[in-house]
Design a protein around this ligand. Structure first.
Ligand code: NZQ
Ligand code: ZN
Length: 384
């Protein structure tokens, strides 16, 4: 096992009615910016519940954070935050609202160009605290320090990570997910699944606990994902999906193990260039990447096949082939297509993505930094 430091500072408020508890988590003297997306919270009643919980607080609102939040929109919220001397941000929504809140928290008192936080890893020291009310189980953003922001003007989707912007608390009420369209539940299942894979499917380092935790999250997603899709108002299915997605990227299974993240990096370029949903890009890239990296990932692919998919063929290459197919079939079963052509994209994509990877310095990806531009192109060609 590799050395690690582990601390998760986010207080999880899980379950029905827990949103009421936020009134005690934020001082009444706070000047709160309530940040949300395109309005789903107004039609499903979450907005009203948050307002009720904060009836004794001073709240300014900023709505309209889009999926794959844009730098351009978030900078408007930064301007509002500066004007109103905001000192707390409450994000209400999915990964986009929460990631947006993290960027605003870092940018508010940053003296230079805030885009440098994303592209030049510029240091920021003065941040304001964040809380989250999660409405979409997928990203784990509610209890990690990651933020992904897109600059529309240059088609660049970039990320930064800091414990300074990790939410202090996160409300996870499974009932808040009942109103999600099927497509977003499908996306959430795939995103969480791939988060586990990025931290698991590398090479063995005798990290037994991390491996078995990771496998149990995958097994839970395989089991509960299709059920959560079929029965939108089944509390237990939604609760298990919500907790699985959170556990998939809260730092626990990634502590002390090598990590990959190349599926995400290649996928981010597909979203930046063609506007595909985040999870759609992952469903396209991962199966092809597993195939291209099958020798480097041999031991973990066999372990995944045997322990998670119960594939017990004596021949390890057969186990690997069947495991890759099982992962691809799972994505299709939960409704996320796995080929570029399914999204009306053709061979042109390969060079465009490779050019963007190069521009963003993504030329040595993977747990061994061996996914160069040639390999990225091979992965994309396989996914056509
Ligand atoms: O904007 P509204 O109207 O709220 O609608 C949203 C949006 O259209 C809707 N939605 C959310 N909750 C709902 C709901 N509709 C009905 N009922 C509800 N309860 O769902 C749509 C998608 O929302 P979004 O927040 O964009 O989705 P998600 O949570 O999948 O977040 C995706 C973003 O997170 C980033 C992605 O790159 C992408 O930008 N990621 C963040 C990560 C992190 N912080 O650790 C890791 C991930 O790998 C990912 O990169
Ligand atoms: Zn993801």
């Amino acid at each position: 096992m590799l050395n690690f430091t582990y601390k998760n500072q986010t207080e999880i408020l899980f379950g029905k009615g827990q949103v009421a508890a936020i009134s005690q988590r934020i001082p009444t003297s706070a000047r709160i910016l309530m940040l949300y997306g395109g309005g789903s919270i107004k039609s499903n009643g979450v907005y009203q519940q948050v307002q009720q919980a904060l009836s004794q607080h001073q709240v300014w609102e900023f709505g309209g954070v889009e999926p794959n939040p844009s730098y351009e929109t978030l900078m408007q919220a930064v301007a509002l935050g500066r004007e109103q001397h905001i000192d707390f941000i409450l994000a209400v929504g999915g990964g986009s609202a929460i990631d947006g809140a993290k960027f605003i928290a870092a940018a508010l008192h940053f003296s230079g160009d805030p885009w440098d936080i994303l592209i030049a890893k510029a240091k920021f020291t003065q941040v304001i605290p964040i809380g989250a009310v999660l409405t979409l189980p997928a990203t784990g953003s509610e209890s990690n320090g990651n933020s992904v922001v897109t600059k529309k003007a240059t088609a660049q989707k970039r990320s930064f990570s800091s414990t300074l912007v990790q939410p202090q608390f996160a409300v996870l009420d499974p009932e808040f997910t009942y109103s999600l369209p099927k497509r977003q539940i499908s996306n959430g299942i795939v995103d969480a699944f791939v988060h586990v894979m990025e931290q698991y499917l590398t090479y063995p380092v005798h990290a037994e606990i991390q491996d078995r935790f990771a496998e149990s999250i995958l097994q839970t997603l395989l089991d509960v994902g299709p059920k959560a899709l079929k029965q939108p108002e089944n509390y237990q299915h939604r609760a298990n999906l919500m907790w699985a997605a959170s556990m998939a990227l809260n730092g626990l299974i990634g502590a002390g193990v090598p990590q990959d993240w190349s599926t995400h990096m290649i996928g981010h370029e597909l979203t930046a260039l063609y506007g595909l949903d985040h999870a759609q890009t992952l469903a396209i890239v991962l199966p092809a990447l597993m195939f291209v990296q099958r020798h480097q990932k041999h031991a973990k692919l066999v372990q995944l096949g045997r322990r998670v998919f119960a594939i017990h063929d004596q021949n390890e290459d057969v186990v690997i082939d069947q495991t890759i197919k099982a992962v691809q079939d799972f994505f299709e079963t939960v409704g996320v297509k796995t080929r570029l052509s399914d999204y009306q994209l053709d061979g042109q994509v390969v060079q465009n993505v490779v050019n963007n990877l190069e521009r963003n310095g993504m030329t040595a990806l993977g747990e061994r930094n061996d996914i160069d531009l040639k390999k990225a192109a091979a992965i994309l060609r396989l996914a056509l």
